[in-house]
Design a protein around this ligand. Sequence first.
Ligand SMILES: Cc1cc2nc3c(=O)[nH]c(=O)nc-3n(C[C@H](O)[C@H](O)[C@H](O)COP(=O)(O)O)c2cc1C
Length: 188
Amino acid sequence: MSLWQRIVYISKATFANADRGPVIEPQIGRILMQSRRNNPTRGLVGALYYGDGHFFQVLEGEAAAIDALLDTLRKDPRHDDLTVLSRVRIEQPSFSGWSMKYVAAADEVRRLLASFGHRRFDPYDFDDMQVASMVALLQHRPPAPDLHAEAPSRRDRDDAARLARRALAVGAAALLLSLLAIVLAWRR
Ligand SMILES: Cc1cc2nc3c(=O)[nH]c(=O)nc-3n(C[C@H](O)[C@H](O)[C@H](O)COP(=O)(O)O)c2cc1C
């Protein structure tokens, strides 16, 4: 039996609404950094959408990890009115590989809203079908380009440091060999 669950929740941002087009609101950048730092250790994956002052987040993981994060999220002053729209058991995660995928306000979302007869992104008005359509959009849409890369993991950073040390050692050895060759040539 699968232990995975998916929840969808919505909330209202408490910071000044600054939909800056392709530029990501710094507050959202910070939320993504925290999510990408914390979620992997908790076995959580998911996606976040922000538009017109509203968050729409999908979280997938084990029930206990989801509940623990929900407790934290309810205390976060950057948003309020957190409302869980759905919670279902799933066979496998649909956002695997994404500690938190970010999808920026996009034409596709606008088109979806228009098909619902909405001009603004207000998920408090969504019915079940509209919630499911939004989840499907987050699953299939490419992430925002400037946040495509996940934050480098500690292992990535260690690997980079090891490579840099190796390159330095090779450089130093090459320099020594060149000096030796010069000295030998000079003595002849
Ligand atoms: C809309 C929204 C979504 C968030 N999503 C996550 C998340 O997926 N994972 C996470 O760890 N924190 C998330 N946070 C941040 C948490 O509320 C909390 O600030 C953070 O987990 C604290 O992390 P720290 O103890 O490492 O500083 C989110 C906050 C907001 C406002």
